[in-house]
Design a protein around this ligand. Structure first.
Ligand code: PLP
Length: 516
């Protein structure tokens, strides 16, 4: 271990005195903690280019003063218990370190971002959290084998920088997957491997946004996107969605710097953008010079109807940036996803990625590349699709059984559905609180990582339910408990449930989008 000390031979103080003072300052400043081992005198002498005697004498003095302790055969350590005199010196040496006091010389932090609901300790027993893959389905055995194989052939991959745009083998495997799966014919050069869609959103914002630029965005929208663009100080122009997806007719006539959409399975409502609207949207983007950011986060899961090709697969003018992720099919802990950019953005995207982090870690990329190329990914997808189909059906059946003709949207694909609450049930936020009291996690738009800009008919009327991480038994019990909780709250002895407010649309307010 090296410690940050530099001695000046031209200083009036002896080398030994300088060394003593600097080690003491490191201890008093809290940079060398009690119990920390100091370098052996020979090593420190070598590091500093001084005689070993100089170091030994400085150590002896610090030991005598109580700053250091020497332990037989183990070496020299910062004292576990600093004497009172040292502690007093410490307090007077660090007056600014009082908890909670900002340093007066610090500049304000220019970043302004809101935290969005990604993770956290969800401890509810029947938790319908969103977009979480089945934790038992991660292919651990095969992953371990591929990991070991990759390690055995690592060569210089750990010591060299890789391609900032991602491991070529992985980009190739992704390109091969995207053709049949999403109808996108792409050159691996157009792919940038990123740490999930979230980094892809950030990278595309870096490429396209200047402060004050306008960003058209679905209403309601994925919080991770809305808050990200807001943090870039963009002007957000919410565009409502309906059962056909984004209402393309409401897009601003003069375009925007970019448009964010989730066409396969609108987040949070789960609608699919119709083919007719896709074509009109592409036309609008081309006419107005707007880039479309297509977030295709959970399109691997389609249960009914044939999948509509991704917008990027239909785009002939290079207007679309496509975001894909492995968070849903494999797991969010991998932090791997990709950005597919039109040709004119290949060089800027690669540069922006290099400036950001010089690329993702090699090992996980290598394993994933082999996982896809070997066909294991396709098999894995087949397996979990089957599992999720059963869970989705079970959830819909349970909702119908306990709540009558439950109106759900988004069940054709993805890993969650949106339940539009009937008028006899309380508001979504009240229902969420009631469910939580009974160990059941259900989510309003806002707590489910969505942002409602207002003006639409959904406000506090929609509950989101993820079904992918719960077994059918848990789903059944969860919905049974929810129904029992509602019934108990309705019983004459129970305090009244909060009354349901009419939705904004029903109150007849203008459907005028409001910026964040
Ligand atoms: C719509 C949407 N986009 C992007 C993401 C982020 O995914 P990633 O883990 O790839 O950053 C999520 C996560 O749930 C999501 O729901």
């Amino acid at each position: 271990m090296e410690i940050p000390i530099s001695l000046d031979p031209d200083n009036r103080q002896s080398l030994q005195a300088q060394l003593h003072a600097q080690v003491r300052a490191l201890i008093l400043g809290g940079r060398l903690h009690p119990g920390t081992p100091l370098p052996p005198s020979r090593a420190l002498a070598q590091q500093l280019g001084v005689s070993r005697n100089t170091v030994m004498l400085a150590y002896q003095r610090l030991t005598a003063e109580g700053y250091l302790q020497s332990r037989e055969a183990l070496g020299t350590f910062v004292s576990n218990e600093l004497p009172e005199s040292c502690l007093m010196a410490m307090r007077s040496a660090a007056p600014a370190a009082v908890a909670g006091e900002a340093l007066p010389t610090r500049r304000p932090i220019p970043f302004q971002g809101r935290a969005h609901a990604v993770a956290g300790a969800r401890r509810l027993t029947w938790d319908f959290w969103l977009g979480r893959p089945d934790p038992h389905s991660f292919p651990f055995k095969l992953w371990r084998r591929l990991l070991n194989r990759a390690l055995a052939g690592a060569g210089t991959h750990f010591t060299d920088y890789g391609d900032p745009a991602g491991l070529p083998a992985l980009r190739h495997a992704i390109a091969e997957h995207l053709g049949p799966a999403r109808g996108i014919a792409v050159d691996p050069e157009q792919i940038v491997v990123v740490g999930g869609c979230q980094e892809g959103l950030d990278l595309s914002a870096r490429l396209l946004l200047r402060e004050g630029d306008s960003v058209a965005i679905e209403n309601p929208a994925y919080q991770g996107a809305a808050y990200l663009y807001e943090s870039y100080r963009a002007r957000l122009l919410p565009v409502n969605v309906d059962s056909g997806g984004l209402r393309v007719a409401e897009l601003p006539e003069d375009g925007a710097a970019l448009l964010y959409v989730t066409p396969s399975h609108q987040y949070p409502m789960g609608f699919t953008l119709s083919l007719e609207r896709r074509l009109r949207l592409l036309d609008w983007a081309w006419r107005t010079g707007t880039y479309i950011v297509e977030d295709d986060y959970d399109s691997d899961f389609r249960y009914r109807g044939s999948p509509i090709p991704a917008l990027m697969g239909l785009d002939t003018h290079g207007c679309v940036i496509y975001l894909g992720t492995f968070s849903k099919a494999l797991g969010a802990g991998l932090r791997l996803g990709y950005l597919v950019v039109p040709r004119q953005l290949v060089a800027p995207a690669r540069t922006a990625k290099a400036l950001h982090d010089n690329g993702r870690p090699w090992l996980e990329q290598a394993v994933l590349a082999e996982f896809i190329a070997s066909g294991a990914y396709a098999n894995h997808l087949r397996r979990i699709r089957q599992l999720y189909v059963e869970r989705r059906e079970c959830l819909i059946d349970c909702l119908h059984e306990h709540f009558g003709a439950a109106q759900v949207t988004g069940s054709e694909g993805g890993m969650h559905l949106a339940w539009q609450l009937p008028p006899e049930l309380p508001r979504a936020s009240a229902l969420q609180a009631l469910a939580a009291e009974h160990g059941v996690g259900i989510y309003t738009l806002q707590s489910g990582a969505a942002h409602d800009f207002g003006g639409g008919p959904w406000h506090d009327q929609v509950v989101m339910l993820g079904f992918s991480s719960l077994g059918v038994k848990q789903i059944r019990t969860g919905i049974e408990r929810l129904a029992a909780a509602v019934a108990a709250a309705r019983s004459p002895a129970a305090p009244p449930l909060p009354a349901r407010e009419p939705s904004v649309a029903r109150r007849g307010q203008a459907l005028r989008p409001r910026a964040l």
